[in-house]
Design a protein around this ligand. Structure first.
Ligand code: AMP
Ligand code: MG
Length: 359
């Protein structure tokens, strides 16, 4: 995908009357990790916003090239996948070890609905390369049952082993965490890449003092950070999966850091003979997940967790999805095929720090 957008819009506002300077609002858009990244920054001056935007894009490109991409030979996930079947396993970086452990936790809690070992089946469907235009719709072939069941044999987090280093001193012992993938297994972090990216951006924001508030979006995932000068609530519109040009309502969030992550069958899909083949797969069948859910939005304080839960909840459906988010103290909002909205209890409470207001 050769998208290149570079927009820099500057707006300068001053607090009338008292002479005190309000933060400057800057918008910046670019692409990274195969998706559009938008930065909305409230900063002390335009130069620091510009520098921060540049630093963020560098961080995302490094993240993709050095850690997360399954396509690029330079990345850790690529090398990890190449190690599948190796007796000595693969020594993980501290970051990837931490991220994979978090993914395995959601795999366990979701009873396998979320599984980062689905790489072989994801590759078979080619839905990502279709959505990005790399493969044309005419080239799309529905995989046979036989191909799917063969690919599924290479999947399943229960078949991998993650062996943590000795943490006695507080630091991983020599060799750190090692992972052992059985032959043919392929890790795919497509479900959590944007969440990981947003968490890294939050860390970058925490390490500087020029930007007091920000709204950062990466595809369907959003980070709202800090507080605006007037300490007003954050308002985030939720796309209507049944008509993506409209919204179903707004999340109203107390000023602080939140992650809003959405998974839906309308994001990446191919339609053949009236049947929609989307990109979220049911690990139990190897086919696009089928439930009454068209879209699910998760509200958390952690990027990876929100991203993992949105994918898991899409697969699980409403009832089991609500049980899953409760385990993580997260909130969820489901939009069903008939337009009904179902949300976790926390979002409906009047006194809650995060509320949903329907359109
Ligand atoms: P998302 O849009 O965040 O829900 O992530 C979807 C992406 O995650 C897909 O494009 C696949 O790369 C991968 N994926 C699909 N199904 C699953 C699943 N059940 N568990 C984990 N990853 C998945
Ligand atoms: Mg996700």
């Amino acid at each position: 995908m050769k998208l290149k957008i570079r927009v820099l819009l500057l707006g300068v506002l001053f607090l009338a009357g008292c002479g005190q300077k309000e933060p400057i609002f800057t918008q910046y858009a670019d692409t990274a990790m195969g998706t559009v990244i938008q930065l909305n920054l409230y900063s002390t001056d335009t130069e620091s916003a510009k520098n921060f935007s540049k630093e963020t894009m560098e961080l995302l490109n490094t993240l993709e090239h050095e850690r997360l991409s399954w396509r690029l030979e330079t990345s850790e996930v690529f090398r990890l996948n190449a190690s599948a079947g190796a007796e000595e396993g693969f020594p993980l970086s501290e970051d990837l070890a931490h991220e994979l452990a978090a993914c395995l936790d959601v795999w366990e809690q979701s009873e396998g609905a979320f599984d980062v070992t689905l790489g072989a089946v994801v590759r078979l469907w080619k839905i990502d390369s279709l959505a990005s235009g790399e493969t044309s719709k005419e080239e799309f072939v529905i995989p046979s049952h036989e191909e799917i069941s063969k690919a599924l044999e290479k999947c399943g987090s229960e078949h991998l082993q993650l062996v943590a280093g000795d943490m006695v001193t507080g630091e991983a012992a020599e060799g750190g965490t090692r992972i052992y993938l059985p032959g043919g297994m392929q890790i795919d972090l497509g479900a959590v890449g944007k969440g990981i990216a947003l968490s890294e951006i939050e860390a970058l924001l925490n390490n500087q003092s020029d930007i007091s508030a920000a709204v950062i979006s990466a595809g369907g995932s959003i980070l709202v950070y800090g507080a605006k000068a007037d300490n007003s609530t954050w308002k985030v519109g939720i796309v209507n999966p049944l008509d993506t040009s409209t919204s179903i309502g707004t999340l109203v969030l107390d000023p602080s850091n939140w992650y809003i992550t959405t998974s839906g069958d309308y994001e990446r899909y191919v339609e053949v003979d009236g049947v929609l083949y989307h990109h979220i797969l049911d690990p139990a069948t190897g086919y696009p997940a089928e439930s009454e859910v068209r879209g699910v939005t998760i509200l958390t304080r952690d990027g990876l967790l929100g991203d993992a839960l949105s994918t898991a909840c899409f697969v699980l459906g409403v009832e089991e999805g609500l049980q899953l988010v409760e385990k993580y103290d997260a909130e969820a909002l489901f939009v069903l095929a008939d337009g009904e909205i179902v949300m976790s209890e926390g979002l409906a409470e009047e006194s809650a720090d995060a509320k949903f207001i329907a359109e």
